[in-house]
Design a protein around this ligand. Structure first.
Ligand code: ZN
Length: 763
């Protein structure tokens, strides 16, 4: 049986894995066999069109689809690597030659789509070979921005290199194409197309101008991929260096820029510059490609050259100013955070990307012993210092329209996740496929025990191993939100979940469906339950700041699972998630505690958290909860024996937040004030008033809800009449906020209303 070392997930998930495992086992029992009783051609086609009309986006016959709690699932059973040899070395096979659960190494198959495709997690079609046999074909990881019919229209002839033939969970069969580099789409004139499938009427010879016009039409209709394809066709028939060649290259560069294929755009623009070194459009587009790729020095050089020759070019001037700004950000780590935050808030259901540079602060990647690589401080760092401001390699926010919330299973990696992870993998594959230089940084990341194959270029295209990409994603991605700081957090704290959120929460091991993204440098930071840095999100940026003073050479750590689980549950989730056991100070202390102490604490915390339901009820009800909550909190406190700065009372944080809300409702500022101070003390903070200043002498355990404690001290203090102290505390809170939210500029947006209501001045 497929055994989990650490079954931390809900029983339902475990059951689901078992079911999937059974299907896998049955499939493997048929390895090498020829399928029996295959449906007829007309059965294949009618089944395909039935699915197309009946269950749009629903069940795929391999079980991918709405088979799990109303969410589509993406399941990886096997991890066969991509083809890494050229097409010319492969031998032709027919459908009748295929055997189940085998990647047919050294072979290829020539197929033609006989229907228009369906789209589930994959683009699915029915295709025939030259003998007229048909089979289901599932093509994964294609560019989601294109319609399935544009990827694989009826009549499309294509080659699958080293086809993988499999059993579907419905008992049928299919050819599953996981790797984008394993499929070759043949256009009408390709000589590899069998004679009988060639168009009978020869198309009239087309001129490059026709291709350019077609391309421009697509471009206007925002079909950039198709536009680029047309320009490519035109480029195949023009004289190199001719006027037509230059126009087509420039147009294609522009289409590539729209698609985010920056490396290809740069190559086209540079080709033009090799003919005409001062071509204005080529200089500009090459600068844009450099800029979008984060190479601001090159962008600057190109724009300066352009403006020397064409000083009136307004776009270039504007871009140069922006480039200077980016270079400044890169150098200093100084950003216009408030402006950026407001921009992110405007994104709504659109995808977004902030126009800003990446900052790498006083950190470097180094050897972290048995943890592999890690990130280390290159100098002494102070609390609050910016360590990294990293731009996403790719990110899928769940707010964005079209973000697919799916359940992703990888049976080989023994991982399942709810959220946008499935979409993230698909998008990463596209980024890697079209930007091979950028891909190098990605491939350096850890992929666990996955056996990598040689990558590089084959048949002029980069080999992308989809399974490797998924493994790297699973190990290195961050669950993320668009903003770390929500406006009105005190009100949001116990916000009701939406219906969809509730459904997902019930089905997901983490209790939440997340957006997800991949950031290269932050991926090197190892975990600690009591970390010395904090990460936060701002749009597509991941910001890391020091959460205490860090001496030169010390390893930077982050808390991967910002939760207040007990030590055993934490260890399980680290092991199943990332394959390590945490040996941080907090884990060492808590693992050494007697079991009965751990159990007692757990029991009391669970009891206390049950009082959360009171929050939806009357003031009388919350009032009635105050006394028992105080008893519970005292009880939890009594399970800690070491001083707070050695063993912070992390598990008191959630119960404290609940009791605080009860006390606020009961209008008892002195108790709110006292409890908040006590809780901060419990987390290891040492805060004193010295010489007319509130000084944080020792920073304690940092987690976003800590901010609520600070705000409670300030607002309750002010309500009790000590406006002076409240104002001093406000300044200290601002510093803590900066670390937790990534920037301090939005502090008053977030907490201003609460402060004003309590009479605390904002400046
Ligand atoms: Zn730990």
């Amino acid at each position: 049986m497929f055994r989990f070392e650490e079954p931390t997930w809900a029983d339902k998930w475990f059951y689901y894995f078992q079911r999937a495992e059974r299907i896998l086992k049955e499939a493997e029992a048929r390895r090498g066999q020829k399928p029996l009783n295959k449906p007829s051609r007309s059965q294949y086609i009618s089944q395909h069109s039935f699915l197309n009309t009946e269950i749009r986006g629903g069940v795929g016959n391999d079980g991918s689809g709405k088979s799990f709690a109303g969410f589509s699932t993406n399941i990886t059973y096997n991890e066969h690597p991509p083809c890494i040899v050229p097409f010319a070395t492969l031998e032709k096979k027919f459908l009748d030659d295929l055997r189940l659960e085998i990647a047919h190494r050294g072979s290829y198959i020539m197929l033609r789509a006989v229907v228009n495709p369906n789209k589930y997690v994959s683009v699915t079609t029915v295709a025939e070979d030259e003998n007229g046999e048909v089979e289901l074909v599932q093509i994964y990881n294609q560019d989601d921005r294109r319609s399935p019919a544009s990827i694989m229209p009826e009549g499309q002839v294509f080659i699958v290199k080293e086809p993988y033939f499999k059993t579907t969970s419905g008992g049928g069969t299919s050819i599953r194409v996981d790797h984008v580099s394993d499929i070759i789409f043949l256009d009408g004139e390709d000589e590899r197309i069998p004679e009988k499938w060639r168009p009978r009427i020869k198309l009239l010879a087309r001129r490059s101008l026709d291709w350019k016009d077609d391309g421009n039409r697509f471009y206007k209709g925002k079909q950039y991929f198709e536009a680029a394809q047309c320009y490519t066709k035109g480029l195949e028939i023009v004289e190199p260096g001719s006027a037509s060649d230059i126009i087509l290259l420039l147009n294609r560069a522009q289409a590539y820029l729209e698609l985010g294929y920056n490396e290809k755009a740069l190559a086209d623009a540079d080709k033009v510059l090799s003919y005409e070194s001062l071509n204005q459009k080529a200089l500009y587009r090459s600068a844009l490609a450099c800029y979008e790729g984060g190479d601001y020095e090159s962008a600057k050089a190109r724009l300066v050259k352009l403006l020397k020759e064409f000083p009136e070019n307004k776009n270039a001037k504007d871009k140069l100013l922006r480039t200077f700004q980016r270079l400044r950000e890169q150098r200093t780590g100084k950003y216009e955070f408030l402006k950026m935050r407001n921009e992110v808030k405007e994104w709504g259901d659109k995808r977004g990307k902030l126009d800003c540079a990446e900052y790498v602060g006083p950190v470097r990647v180094g050897d972290a012993g048995d943890k592999g690589r890690g990130l280390f401080a290159t100098r002494d760092v102070k609390f609050g210092d910016l360590l990294l401001c990293s731009k996403a390699f790719n990110v899928c926010h769940k707010e964005a329209a079209g973000a697919k919330i799916e359940i992703l299973f990888n049976l080989k990696a023994k991982k399942g996740q709810a959220g946008t992870h499935s979409q993230l993998v698909q998008e990463l594959i596209q980024v890697l496929y079209h930007n091979p230089k950028k891909a190098k940084e990605f491939y350096k990341l850890d992929s666990g025990d996955y056996q990598r194959v040689r990558g590089g270029m084959v048949d002029g295209l980069p080999v992308v191993d989809s399974h490797l990409v998924m493994r790297i994603m699973l190990r290195n991605c961050f669950g993320c939100t668009r903003l770390s700081s929500v406006d009105d957090p005190l009100e949001n704290l116990f916000r009701e979940k939406s219906e969809v959120e509730k459904m997902i929460a019930e089905e997901s091991p983490t209790g939440e469906a997340e957006g997800s993204g991949l950031w290269i440098m932050p991926s090197y930071i190892n975990h600690s339950c009591w970390p010395n840095s904090i990460r936060s999100f701002l749009g597509d940026l991941l910001i890391v700041r020091a959460a205490r003073d860090i001496p030169e050479g010390e390893e930077i750590t982050l808390n991967y699972v910002e939760s207040d689980f007990g030590v055993q549950k934490r260890q399980k989730s680290f092991f199943s998630g990332w394959g390590f056991n945490c040996k941080c100070t907090l884990c060492v202390i808590e693992a050494a505690e007697p079991q009965e102490v751990q159990d007692r604490r757990q029991e009391l915390v669970e009891k206390a958290l049950k009082f959360k339901v009171y929050l939806k009820q009357s003031v009388e009800k919350t009032n009635s909860g105050i006394a028992p909550m105080i008893t519970l909190i005292k009880g939890i406190e009594a399970t800690y024996f070491k001083p707070e700065f050695i063993h912070p009372r992390v598990r008191l944080l959630s119960p404290t937040n609940i009791l605080q809300t009860f006390l606020v409702r009961a209008e008892r500022p002195p108790d709110v004030f006292f409890l908040a101070k006590q809780a901060l003390n419990g987390l290891g903070f040492k805060i004193t008033t010295k010489g007319g200043k509130v000084v944080i002498e020792r920073y304690g355990y940092m987690l976003y809800p800590v901010m609520n404690l600070f705000v409670h001290v300030i607002t309750a203090g002010a309500m009790m009449g000590d406006l002076w102290t409240a104002t001093l505390w406000r300044n200290a809170a601002l510093k803590v906020y900066e670390v937790l939210a990534g920037e301090k500029e939005s502090f008053f947006d977030v907490f201003g209303r609460a402060l004003l209501q309590a009479g605390v001045p904002l400046d």
